[in-house]
Design a protein around this ligand. Structure first.
Ligand code: IPM
Ligand code: MG
Length: 370
């Protein structure tokens, strides 16, 4: 089956390029073995784009992102660009992509793969079989709310401020994604905010409650304060199925949840826009981990989160479930065989670098599809 699937690859900074290299090998393998043709283009983003083109993301690149069927993103940022102006920093690239493509639903799964149950800092009994999905709102809240800035007050003292804002439609559309996902999973949605402290939090709770009554009475809905949710995620993470929350709380809780699984280096994510009348839906896929400048260029980074992000891309953007399953299975099997990158080492396992891990995935793909 030949297809013309437009894929934009943005490796970015730090370990981004080296883990993306392993994805390119998987794509090449699919070209050869699964007879799928991707129309792949690649561009600079983040610090790499600042160095090459003078901005964290160019208008050309933004246009390419809008034209693409799916975007595979690496990671951005690093100490090299720390001193740069606030509006020019590498992170602006991902924020601009989310905002201008209206990618409002950031899906961050936290899954414990069986071979890795001992890699977590939590007891195996607490996390075995864990499979939760955090739906993080990603185009609103305090990340983008106005007013924001730093001002000098009448008494001469300075004041920095940001604003948390959420409209009814912003809350409803991301909550709908949560409810729909819950229906396909354990049918439980937990909505997370600080309704005890924040007006916008109370409004969030009321809006989600009304939506459930009107459209999703069949889904079990609960509410939790964000601080309690952080505690519950560590105490008993398996109580959750799907969590829906704001941009900032989702940022925190998804980092926390990812560590339950052993390593930040394992987890993919998808950020989805609305389905347009044409049927097209903007979508960006990226690992949860950052650019990890401390280990960049050493060939030791774990490429699995980036590879699994590609599997998510196949599943959500191209409905290529069989191929996504195959890649996920290959990852689990390679872990099962005892190969580990440094971040997920455990007793009795063998340490390999980025390239050997990628190669082992290819070999496993070969075997599984023979
Ligand atoms: C994430 C990151 C980003 C965020 C940064 C890089 C802007 O932490 O995707 O979680 O805060 O959203
Ligand atoms: Mg984050």
């Amino acid at each position: 089956m030949a297809a013309n699937k437009k894929l934009l690859i943005l490796p970015g900074d730090g370990i981004g390029p080296e883990v993306m290299r392993e994805v390119r090998r998987v794509i090449d393998w699919m070209d050869r073995r699964r007879m799928v043709t991707f129309d792949v283009s690649e561009d600079y983003v983040g610090g790499a784009s600042i160095d090459a083109r003078g901005a964290p993301i160019t208008d050309n690149c933004m246009q390419a992102a809008k034209d693409a069927d799916a975007i595979l993103f690496g990671s951005v940022g690093g100490p090299k660009w720390d001193g740069i102006g606030f509006d020019k920093r590498p992170e602006v690239a991902i924020l601009r992509l989310r905002k201008e493509l209206d990618l409002f639903a950031n899906l961050r799964p936290a899954i414990v793969f069986d071979p890795l149950v001992d890699a977590s800092t939590l007891k195996a009994d607490v996390i075995r079989g864990l499979d939760i999905m955090i739906v993080r709102e990603s185009t609103g809240g305090i990340y983008f709310g106005e007013p924001r800035g730093v001002e000098t007050m009448a008494n001469g003292e300075k004041r920095g401020f940001d604003t948390e804002t959420y409209t009814t439609s912003e809350i409803e559309r991301v909550a709908r994604v949560g409810f729909e996902l819950a229906r396909k999973r354990g049918n439980k949605l937990c909505s997370v905010e600080k309704a005890n402290v924040m007006q916008s939090g109370l409004f969030w709770r009321q809006t989600v409650t009304a939506l459930q009554k009107a459209e999703y009475p069949d889904v079990e809905l609960s509410h939790m304060y964000a601080d309690n949710c952080a505690m519950q995620l560590v105490r008993n993470p398996r109580q959750f199925d799907v969590i829906v929350t704001s941009n900032i709380f989702g940022d925190l809780l998804s980092d926390l949840a990812s560590m339950l699984t052993g390593s930040l280096g394992m987890l993919p994510s998808a950020t989805l826009g609305a389905v347009q009348p044409s049927g097209k839906r903007h979508a960006l896929y990226e690992p949860i981990h950052g650019s990890a400048p401390d280990i960049a260029g050493k060939g030791v980074a774990n490429p699995l989160a980036q590879i699994l992000s590609f599997a998510m891309l196949l599943r959500y953007s191209f409905e290529m479930n069989e191929d996504a399953d195959l890649i996920e299975k290959a990852c689990v099997n390679v872990l099962g065989s005892g190969l580990r990158t440094a971040d997920i080492m455990g007793p009795g396992t063998a340490r390999v670098g980025t390239g050997v891990m990628g190669e082992s995935i290819l070999r496993e793909l070969e075997k599984l599809s023979a």
